[in-house]
Design a protein around this ligand. Structure first.
Ligand SMILES: NC(=O)c1ccc[n+]([C@@H]2O[C@H](COP(=O)([O-])OP(=O)(O)OC[C@H]3O[C@@H](n4cnc5c(N)ncnc54)[C@H](OP(=O)(O)O)[C@@H]3O)[C@@H](O)[C@H]2O)c1
Length: 327
C-alpha cells in the first residue's frame, strides 16, 4: 500500500514532470498540400531503421534495436513529431510498427509507406501494388496507412520515369475504397525534369510529392512552385545527403549544431511541408527536431556556405551530384 504522503508526493512530482514536458518547445506544423493534414514540419525517416549505423562495440555497425527505436520514436513524439516515413526495406515498416504498438501511439502519427513497381502502365502493376501494400500494413501492425507513395524499382534507371500510371492509379483507387490508404503520392530518384513531367501528367490525381533537397542539392527550388500549383503536399528527403555532407566535420566542436542548421535551411522554404531526416541516436533526434524553433544565425549561414561547396564523392549518391545541384 502507498502511504498518503507518498501518493501526494507522486502526484506533485508527476505534475512537475508533466509541466516540464509541456513547457518544452515543440516542432511546428504545416499543412500537407491538398491532403489538408496537419503535419510536423520535420519527419522521422525510415532509413533510420534499415541502415547499419549504430556502432556495435566490435569495430563494426548494426541497425538500431526495437528498444532503441521505441526510445527514439517516443522522444520524437514528445517533441511533437507526427510524421513517420518508411521506404521500401521491410524493417522500415516492421521496426516503427512494433515501436508504435508498444507505445500505444498509432493514432497519434501519420504513417507513410513507399511502394515500388515498374510504373510502365502494365496490368501487373496492380498486383504488385496490392502485394506491397498488404505486406506493409502487416508490418506496421495497422489496418490503414495515411500515405502511400509510389516509387520505381531498384533496377529502373533515372530515365525510366512516369510513362503511364493508369493501372497504378486504378490499384490506388481500390486501396482507397477499401480504406487501406488515405492519400497517395510519388517520389523517387528521378531527374528534376521527370518530376516536372509527372506534375503535369499526374499532379491532379496525386496528393503528395517527395523529392531531395539540402543546402548543396537545391534543384527542388526550381520544382516546388509547379508542385504547389497542383496542390501537392511536399515532403523533402536527404537534408544531409544521407550523412555525406556531414562527413569529416567537427560536430562536437566548431561544427556543433550544423545538422540542425541544415534542417533549418530547408524549413526556411515555405513551399516545403515536411523535411524528413534519418537519425541513429536519440541525440540526433533531439538535435534535428530542434531546428523547428532555432533560427539560422549569420555565422550559421556562413558555415552552410562551406557545406554547399563540398562535393560528395560516394558513388551511391552520384545521382544527387549530377541531377540535383542547382543554385
Ligand atoms: N526512395 C525514396 O523515395 C527515398 C530515398 C531516400 C530517402 N527517403 C526518406 O528520406 C529520409 C531521409 O533521407 P536519408 O535518411 O537517406 O538521409 P539524411 O536524412 O540526409 O541523412 C541521414 C544520416 O545523417 C546522419 N545524421 C542525421 N542527424 C545527424 C546529427 N544530428 N548529427 C550527425 N549526423 C546526423 C546520420 O548518419 P550517421 O548514422 O552516419 O551519423 C543519418 O543516418 C529517409 O530516412 C527515408 O525515409 C526516401
Amino acid at each position: 500500500m502507498v502511504a498518503a504522503g507518498t501518493a501526494q508526493k507522486l502526484t506533485v512530482d508527476s505534475q512537475v514532470s508533466a509541466a516540464s514536458i509541456t513547457n518544452r518547445p515543440k516542432v511546428k506544423y504545416r499543412v500537407l498540400g491538398k491532403t489538408g493534414l496537419k503535419v510536423s514540419e520535420i519527419g522521422l525517416g525510415g532509413h533510420s531503421w534499415s541502415y547499419k549505423q549504430v556502432p556495435d562495440g566490435k569495430g563494426g555497425y548494426r541497425k538500431p534495436t526495437i528498444d532503441e527505436a521505441v526510445r527514439m520514436i517516443a522522444a520524437g513524439l514528445e517533441m511533437g513529431v507526427n510524421f513517420l516515413d518508411s521506404c521500401t526495406p521491410l524493417d522500415e515498416s516492421s521496426v516503427p510498427g512494433e515501436a508504435l504498438k508498444r507505445l500505444g501511439k498509432r493514432d497519434k502519427v501519420l504513417i507513410s509507406i513507399r511502394v515500388s513497381h515498374k510504373m510502365k502502365g502494365r496490368q501487373a502493376d496492380k498486383k504488385e501494388i496490392y502485394k506491397w501494400t498488404e505486406k506493409r500494413l502487416k508490418l506496421w501492425q495497422t489496418d490503414y496507412v495515411d500515405m502511400c507513395l509510389l516509387c520505381n524499382t531498384a533496377n529502373d534507371t533515372t530515365q525510366s520515369g512516369y510513362w503511364d500510371m493508369s493501372y497504378s492509379i486504378e490499384a490506388l483507387d481500390k486501396l482507397k475504397q477499401q480504406g487501406k490508404i488515405r492519400f497517395t503520392g510519388f517520389g523517387c530518384h528521378f531527374t528534376p525534369e521527370l518530376f516536372l513531367e509527372a506534375f503535369d501528367k499526374y499532379g491532379d490525381y496525386f496528393d503528395i510529392v517527395s523529392l531531395p533537397y539540402n543546402i548543396r542539392h537545391r534543384a527542388a527550388e526550381t520544382l516546388l512552385s509547379a508542385a504547389k500549383k497542383k496542390g501537392l503536399g511536399v515532403i523533402t528527403i536527404k537534408p544531409f545527403a544521407r550523412g555525406e555532407l556531414l562527413k569529416n566535420r567537427d560536430l562536437r566542436g566548431a561544427d556543433a549544431g550544423l545538422p540542425r542548421d541544415m534542417i533549418s535551411f530547408v524549413l526556411e522554404n515555405k513551399l516545403v511541408d515536411i523535411c524528413t531526416c534519418g537519425v541513429h541516436t536519440i541525440e540526433q533526434v533531439r538535435e534535428n527536431f530542434s531546428a523547428s524553433w532555432t533560427k539560422l544565425s549569420p555565422s550559421g549561414r556562413k558555415r552552410l556556405e562551406k557545406v554547399a561547396a563540398t562535393r560528395i564523392t560516394d558513388r551511391r549518391y552520384a545521382w544527387l551530384e549530377h541531377g540535383w545541384r542547382y543554385v
